[in-house]
Design a protein. Structure first.
Length: 405
């Protein structure tokens, strides 16, 4: 029996490795998925293969039809149609164009769910570092932003701080209903390591919470172009991730710098033309690497199991934050991911939400109530006491909190 199980496992891995090659291979992979699910009754292996197919067969209707039925038939605890949509939205291609003294002037994305995204620079008072193509020192600017899920709108930006190895940017986008989406984006890095944090708030129309202009610039690489070597043919790659309610979609992104462009004209959504000079296009190919359960991440010298025990001990406190909203909206489901520090006294520092993956029927009406719930969760975490970090050091923790499956 063990030998037979090993053969099946190897077969799944062998077919899955061929999923991204040709249409013939994808048809074979779909047949193998059907056999695993309906003949062998192995839903976990079938789901894994179906997820890989979903990320590579977006433009093949003869595969997508039966694949959608399979994704719906598999248990929601293993995979579901929203995960399929999130994967297809998270993967695809994009082109960014950077111009000397201006930074990013245009971004065009083509997602594997058939949707598109577009950013155009329409106003800039920002100052680039040492004539850089990407590193921002100070200032503010405006992007004309749209995607297939949203009408064009203007996103306003301000640099809180910027150096050759860090950025702290804020974005706000006003909407016709008088409300606003907002975000804060920070990163810093050394030669071999980069840490980043994104915090956005607003109603989500897209399959995942990637809806600010800077979210799309970060799509595939968090460095906002800071680490690009602006020479034709230069290549690099990076692993990034996006999040659904309870899954982490791990992506592999490869980018290539194109040929120098001496002058460039781009049009915004109103048809107005904007002219730029001394530019480089950067092309991205963003593919699915793997799908994992959202997990607790601990960065620093402290026992991870002790962090888990503290979280388990205190999680019930969060019901005071979530229950009132769940009573008024029985369609609400999703998760909130919070990041925080722990100092050498075990106290929480700088707790903040870093991802909101919430869905419900009353998105507009409950926006303010959801923000109050998220603030409540964050404030509760600030009062918890954790195992102390080593003297003079700080531990960084990120954890998802499920509001409702």
């Amino acid at each position: 029996m063990k030998k037979r199980a090993l053969i099946i496992t190897l077969l799944v891995l062998g077919v899955a490795s061929a999923v991204a090659t040709t249409s013939f291979d994808r048809v074979s992979a779909l047949k193998e998925e059907l056999r695993l699910h309906h003949v062998e009754g192995k839903k976990a292996e079938a789901a894994q293969l179906a997820q890989k197919l979903a990320g590579s067969a977006a433009n093949e209707p003869f595969i997508q039809g039966p694949l959608q039925e399979e994704l719906s038939a598999l248990d929601a605890t293993v995979t579901n149609i929203s995960l399929d949509k999130a994967v297809n939205f998270s993967t695809g291609r994009k082109t960014e164009i950077y111009c000397e003294g201006q930074g990013l002037v245009e971004m065009s994305g083509e997602h594997n769910d058939g949707s598109t995204s577009h950013i155009v620079l329409v106003r800039s008072n920002r100052t680039m570092i040492a004539g850089s193509y990407s590193q921002i020192e100070s200032g503010d600017w405006t992007y004309d932003f749209s995607d297939s899920y949203r009408s064009p709108s203007l996103s306003e930006f301000v640099v809180v701080s910027g150096t050759p190895t860090s950025y702290n940017l804020k974005e706000i986008r006003n909407k016709p209903n008088g409300k606003a989406d907002s975000g804060e984006f920070t990163a810093n890095w050394t030669k071999n390591r980069m840490s980043s944090l994104s915090h956005s708030s607003g109603e989500v129309s897209e399959p995942i919470s990637m809806y600010m202009a800077l979210d799309f610039q970060e799509w595939g690489n968090r460095d906002l172009g800071y680490k690009i070597k602006f020479e034709p043919g230069s290549k690099d790659s990076q692993e990034t991730s996006e999040h659904t309610i309870n899954k982490e979609i791990v992506l592999n992104s490869e980018r290539t710098v194109g040929d120098f462009i001496s002058s460039l004209e781009v049009k915004d959504s109103s048809g107005q033309t904007h002219e730029y000079k001394s530019c480089y296009p950067v092309k991205y190919q963003i593919t699915l690497k793997k799908i994992e359960d959202q997990q607790l991440v601990v960065d620093g010298k402290v026992n991870k199991e002790s962090i888990k025990r503290t979280l388990k001990k205190n999680r019930k406190q969060l019901r005071k934050c979530t229950d009132p909203l769940l009573e008024t909206d029985d369609t609400l489901k999703g998760s909130v991911t919070v990041s925080w520090g722990i100092n050498d006294k075990g106290r929480v520092t700088d707790a903040r939400p870093v991802a909101r993956n919430l869905r419900g029927n009353n998105d507009d009406a409950d926006f303010e109530n959801r923000e109050q719930m998220i603030e409540c969760i964050t404030e509760k975490i600030k009062t918890w006491r954790f195992p102390a970090a080593p003297k003079g050091q700080e531990v960084h923790v990120t954890s998802p909190f499920i509001v409702r499956e």
